[in-house]
Design a protein around this ligand. Sequence first.
Ligand SMILES: *[C@@H]1O[C@H](CO)[C@@H](O)[C@H](O)[C@H]1NC(C)=O
Ligand SMILES: *[C@@H]1O[C@H](CO)[C@@H](O)[C@H](O)[C@H]1NC(C)=O
Ligand SMILES: *[C@@H]1O[C@H](CO)[C@@H](O)[C@H](O)[C@H]1NC(C)=O
Ligand SMILES: *[C@@H]1O[C@H](CO)[C@@H](O)[C@H](O)[C@H]1NC(C)=O
Length: 264
Amino acid sequence: MASTCSASLSLLSITLFSFLISPASSLHEHPLDPLTPEEFSLIRHAVMRSYGASSENVTFHYVGLDEPDKPLIYSWMLNQTDKMPPPRRASVVLRFHEQTHELIVDLSSHRPSIVSKEVYHGNGFPMLTLEEQTAASDLPRTHDQFIRSIEKRGLNMSDVVCACYTVGWYGEPRSRRVMKVLAYYTNGTVNFYMRPIEGIVMVVDLELMKIVKYHDRFATTVPTAEDTEYRLEKQNPPFGPHLKGAAIVQPHGPGFEIKGHTIR
Ligand SMILES: *[C@@H]1O[C@H](CO)[C@@H](O)[C@H](O)[C@H]1NC(C)=O
Ligand SMILES: *[C@@H]1O[C@H](CO)[C@@H](O)[C@H](O)[C@H]1NC(C)=O
Ligand SMILES: *[C@@H]1O[C@H](CO)[C@@H](O)[C@H](O)[C@H]1NC(C)=O
Ligand SMILES: *[C@@H]1O[C@H](CO)[C@@H](O)[C@H](O)[C@H]1NC(C)=O
């Protein structure tokens, strides 16, 4: 999949990187500053290294700052000049061989290290990646039953778009990572949400990346494309592009101050 290709590409660039940059924590003005692009690369490198040869099957679902405890931040704020900031760490959620792993990566040295790694056994799944949503939405296009359903309705497949939705969670102790996929029709509009192709519901298993349930319960008319346009440049007055502009003036400058990632 796309995510694994890009992983190995950037592996190359971060190998060069990791020798050049100083410990991540010394670069930061505030312990709550977000992760930098360089830190993302270092984290990916550390994670891939820890999974070794099987790292090609790792997909990242979340990477963010693991915020230090508040007392540590307060203490640093009171005496910033003398104290080192609290240790800088990242929190990572990934999928590996159909399991969710939660990792903490320490970024305070040249070579970031994994300080904890646990398999998550609770309910729910991590956020979806864009790659898997795109792959799931593309499946119907080549699915025989879907092709027949679209033909039966007299619609043109080139104008069909599909989108992923959650199936919800109703208290099942164990569930598969599946998505519901619904279809829409664009012909004549960009606002496809206004033109659902009713009656068709597909369920995609994201681990198998396959349509595992297909329902075509009924066929009905697709709403027309008329008056569904929302783009400003296509609107007619008084909503159209011909409104006169307005300006906001602050003669004494803005009423706030931005320093790094801090706003006062
Ligand atoms: C990655 O997963 C696939 C499918 O489960 C498997 O065939 C392959 O051997 C795995 N690769 C590694 C390096 O673990
Ligand atoms: C700040 O830290 C230094 C060294 O750790 C210490 O000597 C000093 O008393 C501290 N100042 C305050 C206001 O806590
Ligand atoms: C379907 O749409 C495509 C692209 O707009 C067009 O080239 C094709 O002729 C259409 N097919 C039918 C059967 O209308
Ligand atoms: C596409 O839209 C045009 C214009 O509204 C309409 O004439 C045509 O029949 C539509 N084609 C399909 C296949 O829905």
